[in-house]
Design a protein around this ligand. Sequence first.
Ligand SMILES: Nc1ncnc2c1ncn2[C@@H]1O[C@H](COP(=O)(O)OP(=O)(O)OP(=O)(O)O)[C@@H](O)[C@H]1O
Length: 292
Amino acid sequence: MELHIRHLTHSFALTEVLSDINLDLHAGETLALVGPSGCGKSTLLHIVAGLLRPSEGTLESSFRGIGCMFQQPRLMPWKNVVDNIALGLKGLGIPAGSRRRQGAALALRMGLLERDMDKFPYELSGGMQSRVALARALATRPDLLLLDEPFAALDVGLRHELYGVLREQVRGTGAAVLMITHDLMEAVRLADRLLLMAPHPGRVLREFMVPRLQERRSDDWIYGQTGRLMRIREVRECFGLPLQREEGDHEADPTAADDGGVPGGMDDGVRALTGASANCAAPHGHRGGCVA
Ligand SMILES: Nc1ncnc2c1ncn2[C@@H]1O[C@H](COP(=O)(O)OP(=O)(O)OP(=O)(O)O)[C@@H](O)[C@H]1O
């Protein structure tokens, strides 16, 4: 199962918000879209979800089931927690009793409590609503998950717990994940690849890969790799961060040897794949070559 996007462009009225987007996603892979507000990440996700038709370009997908979680939880106000989570299961022909059991089990995995099961969305905090929305996206065990800032409303403890739930689900189903996050550290923790997007119009500036296996990514390693990313000029410029170097800082080089002490000296740290189209002629999907 795979998704291929080629030369995708999208405009709202006369404003081009996405320009020449190329993207590949395969089963079992997690791809994080990162970039400043307004660079078109959600628009791209909506297009992949089939909610928007791109102005130009092609999108080919062989994924069969899509689970979505958008920025707004979009829960059904007249359904309680369990029924919101189990919404998609009805379409799969699962009987009501079993739907409720599966919905309740997922709610518990999301850290919700027995007493929350019958609550309606207006009775839930923002974080609880987003957990219900994430549970709903996972419930049908889709082979493609589209997640727009799924952990944004959660405290750090819950985040960690739900990272585990997502990882477990991906491992169990072999699903591909296309996720948006504003948190670079989260992207380094969860993704196999990162697409750095820039605005006006929204475009892919650079692609990074994170070769290290997720279970081997310790907090220290993640902090270190995020620090490396944050020192790359293009990343700083993209987020409007000041271009200053502190004494003792090294020029950022995402291909540099990993500082996590990998046995055998193998480098599995974050590394740049394709470069900015302006200064790198490598076609999309080319591995290696262009570095920061
Ligand atoms: N339905 C719409 N009609 C007109 N313009 C839109 C519409 N949806 C989004 N836009 C515009 O498209 C651009 C990209 O928006 P989008 O929500 O995709 O960005 P984003 O990168 O997801 O932002 P954020 O990180 O703040 O969520 C913005 O300039 C936004 O104003």
